[in-house]
Write a protein that binds this ligand. Structure first.
Ligand code: SF4
Length: 224
């Protein structure tokens, strides 16, 4: 298609929206931030599974609404439930260190979980809870449109990739979810219990860095 065809089409689209009373383009194409705020409001009033009864605060996610890199963990823990923020506490600190070592920062990536409410005593998510909560994650991914999703631990990888394979088989390879590259790796909480697995995680993260044209060894803390 020639350039003047494209500009003619855009002009026609804009005229159409003007005629039907649209004042701002973000009314038609919501900005990622607005889109995430709508989801956050929906999560705050969600009672689709039993976890809403025991949660203190739902934990939607945090970071850059237009992040190229998104991390998805399993579910909020005690501290996350208390603060309403994802990945705080010891596992969160380790995730922050991993992100910095990848030459990103918590502000340039987006961090979320599959479940938005804490399972009591940090038990594993139940199938019906995952099913009830996953649509929120899908909507978030749709708003943010990351280039890469790093899943942390078995549950998010299995949920996004629709597989029952163990994390030991899934990690270290790029998979795909709706056209987005997915790199499964171990959960930071697992690394706290099994420090030997840090090497494997770093190998996985280096593959992600390569995709963004980054090389291990640089200490710059955010990606340009
Ligand atoms: Fe709703 Fe998800 Fe919380 Fe369940 S875990 S109540 S589905 S927001």
């Amino acid at each position: 298609m020639r350039k003047w065809h494209i500009s003619r089409d855009i002009t026609e689209y804009l005229r159409f929206y003007q005629e039907i009373g649209v004042e701002y383009l973000h009314d038609v194409f919501p900005r990622p931030q607005d889109c995430l705020e709508t989801i956050s409001a929906d999560i705050a009033r969600c009672s689709a599974c039993g976890l809403h009864r025991t949660r203190k605060k739902p934990v939607m996610g945090a970071g850059n609404p237009q992040a190229d890199l998104m991390f998805v963990g399993e579910a909020p823990g005690h501290e996350e439930d208390r603060q309403g923020k994802p990945f705080v506490g010891a596992a969160g600190k380790l995730l922050t260190d991993i992100i910095l070592a990848m030459q990103f920062s918590r502000e340039t990536v987006y961090i979320a979980n599959v479940l938005k409410c804490r399972p009591p005593q940090n038990r594993n998510p139940r199938e019906e809870e995952m099913e009830a909560c996953l649509p929120f994650l899908f909507r978030m991914v749709d708003c943010i449109k990351p280039k890469v999703i790093c899943t942390l631990g078995a549950f998010p990888a299995q949920a996004l990739l629709k597989t029952g394979s163990p994390i030991s088989r899934l990690r270290g390879k790029f998979w795909e979810f709706n056209g987005i590259k997915v790199m499964p790796t171990y959960h930071p909480a697992y690394l706290l219990r099994n420090p030997d697995a840090k090497k494997a995680v770093w190998e996985d993260m280096q593959k992600v860095m390569e995709l963004f044209g980054k090389k291990a060894g640089h200490t710059k803390k955010s990606h340009a």
